[in-house]
Write a new protein. Structure first.
Length: 389
């Protein structure tokens, strides 16, 4: 099922209570630093604009600068983020926060590849305990010749986050920019370890930790996937709740992404996944310069058979490495292989490397089980060993 959408960006999701939080595209015009010193008054101004249902782009920008400021107290930031949770998050707030924190991020100098590059990233926080699907998709894309700007962090809510899994596969969390540039030339891959590229987050994290202890998510749980410092042209973004799919897509439109899919998989028991899956109903929203549409996808849309959530279960890094080996050897359970290829096929389509979803899935299966991904991993390990990182 597919439907076109139109109209203004709508107000989005709010999650006052959820203990499951975890701690993108190119562009938009960077907002200049505020002429006046950042102040907690910006928080009150944004909340007032939301209450009065007024346009709030300038207020959102000022609030983001205040969150990133050393001069605003942790208590004021915590109070604001708590109150913002009681309002509805909007695409404008998400986009303006992203613009400010991108401006404050360290530039990895990868503009040469950004126009062809993709990131595949989820918000996390779904508490599914699933295998490292998006990271394996990144391996498939790199083996297919698509430059991958992988943006991630160590896990907070699972035993094997993207950074943990990359490290176990011989890929360092940090390296000099020139090494990542050479890696992009030879391997189509770079990893941007979030703490190394977002120094301004140190001014927000104490407030986030207070709210996490209260069992509250914040808007920063959605920001991660759209803060990629390399600003790739293409993105496949998974979100932790179906109510946030359109919100995130609309924020990406405001940020002038070239093409993106934002997805969430709803399972039969009411829980969900921050990625596409053959185990449930997938909410999909596409954003690019020429079309804006929504769809509901199941395994059938990708030419695949349904699976169960048990097929996707991962554990610690050692266990997930064994699952990766089974995928490469074509001995993994069908549900896991098909879910990985569902996401990789969609990403190949988004990046313009497949004519449609089903063609992308077929290509992904060849790459994953036919040898190219195994060979890519071998060359990748050798590359970083040679560079002694």
């Amino acid at each position: 099922m597919r439907r076109k959408e139109s109209g203004k960006a709508r107000a989005g999701c709010a999650f006052p209570l959820s203990a499951r939080g975890r701690q993108g595209d190119n562009g938009g015009v960077s907002q200049p630093a505020p002429a006046q010193p950042a102040s907690a008054d910006a928080f009150a101004a944004l909340l007032a604009a939301l209450r009065e249902n007024r346009a709030h782009e300038k207020e959102a920008t000022a609030a983001a600068w205040a969150l990133a400021s050393e001069s605003v107290t942790m208590e004021d930031k915590t109070k604001f983020l708590r109150e913002l949770n009681e309002s509805k998050w909007t695409a404008t707030i998400l986009a303006e926060f992203a613009r400010v924190f991108r401006q404050l991020a360290r530039n990895p100098g990868v503009e040469k590849w950004a126009g062809r590059a993709i990131d595949v990233c989820g918000t996390g926080g779904d508490h599914s305990g699933s295998y490292n699907i998006s990271t394996t998709v990144a391996f498939i894309l790199a083996a297919a010749g698509v430059p991958v700007f992988k943006h991630g962090n160590r896990s907070i809510t699972s035993k094997s986050g993207s950074a943990d899994f990359l490290l176990a596969n011989g890929i360092p969390l940090e390296a000099p920019d020139e090494v990542w540039h050479k890696s992009l030339e030879e391997l189509n891959f770079a990893f941007f370890f979030a703490p190394a590229y977002h120094p301004a987050f140190k001014h927000v994290n104490p407030a986030r930790k207070v709210l996490a202890a209260e069992g509250r998510r914040t808007i920063f749980n959605l920001l991660g996937p759209i803060l990629n410092p390399g600003k790739p042209a293409f993105q496949l973004v998974g979100v932790f709740d179906a109510n946030c799919v359109s919100l995130t897509r609309d924020a990406l439109l405001e940020l002038k992404v070239r093409r993106a899919l934002v997805v969430h998989c709803k399972l039969a028991d009411g829980s969900g996944l921050d990625e596409l899956s053959v185990t449930g109903n997938n909410y999909v929203r596409r954003a690019d310069a020429s079309v804006k549409w929504g769809a509901a996808w199941t395994a059938k849309n990708a030419g695949l058979l349904p699976g169960t959530i048990a097929d996707l279960k991962g554990a610690d890094v050692a266990f997930n490495l064994k699952l990766l080996e089974s995928l490469l050897a074509n001995t993994a359970n069908a549900g896991l292989e098909d879910t990985v290829c569902f996401n990789a096929g969609a990403a190949l389509w988004v990046a313009g490397k497949a004519a449609n979803l089903k063609a992308g899935v077929r290509e992904a299966k060849k790459l994953l089980t036919g040898g190219p991904v195994r060979e890519w991993l071998k060359r990748t390990r050798e590359f970083f060993q040679d560079h002694k990182i």
